[in-house]
Design a protein around this ligand. Sequence first.
Ligand code: CP
Length: 313
Amino acid sequence: MGTLATEHLLNIEDLDVAGINAVLDTARSFKEVNERAIKKLPTLRGRTIINLFLEPSTRTRTSFEIAAKRLSADAINMSPSASSTVKGESLVDTAKTLDAMDCDLLVIRHRYAGAPYIMSQNMRAHIINAGDGKHQHPTQALLDLFTIRERFGGFSGLKVGIVGDIAHSRVFGSLAPALRLLGADVTAIAPATLLPACPELLGANHCHKLDEILGELDVVYLLRIQKERIEQSPFPSLREYARLYGIDRGRLERMKRDAILMHPGPVNRGVELTSEAADTAANLLLYQVNAGVAIRMALMYLLLGGDRDGSLA
Ligand code: CP
């Protein structure tokens, strides 16, 4: 296993095809480690990893913490209420303060796009973006790529439909360019009010009618309606949205036989998926979550210089 050409993971574009494959291949090894009774490796002993989550998170935060601990790093978790940002300390001052403590890796989630970049300019540590505003969520994209590759063996020619709140989605911002880079055919499917103002800049095909394309898709990737980032309702009602873009039993039956349904979580039951469809898709949605631990272990391992004192065996 090697290292990465980049010092940080701020955007998915920090990784080229070789870099993405290195992360996915390394994650595969860690996934096997995670299936053992004893899941801990000494690889990052003596390294310090700070998880600074200034926005809520269940999956990303917990999986970064588990990943650090499984690699024997010292993991420190900071939330908004436990940090001096609530007293008005600026992001730059926060970065310089954490830098003074000689941490090796900072994982940051922040409501503002560009916050990870600011940290990278003011700290010596490696930085991983765990989601910044509606900009990017590159580790989510990597765990989604892992899930798709495990299912289909590759990406070339796959038809992927990403459905829903494209305009406010940092998941789309990372996943769509990565899929295109790897040779998949990506279509954004949403009402005009949930597409960016200039949809031609998306770099992906776009269409407004899910039912016109559903039967052609290999991957149906549902995005959560990002209520926390929407000021004015972009559709008449959630019921209307669910009728046109939600997955229910009828749409499940019209998907291709081998097609898969994905969602980054958390799911708004009754909106992106009926409860019945969410329960039908649960195994794969939880597979995504499980892959997230291995992907984050792989990134920590590769960014921090890999294995210094032995193999993964
Ligand atoms: N998918 C995702 O980022 O979920 P969390 O907000 O729970 O971390």
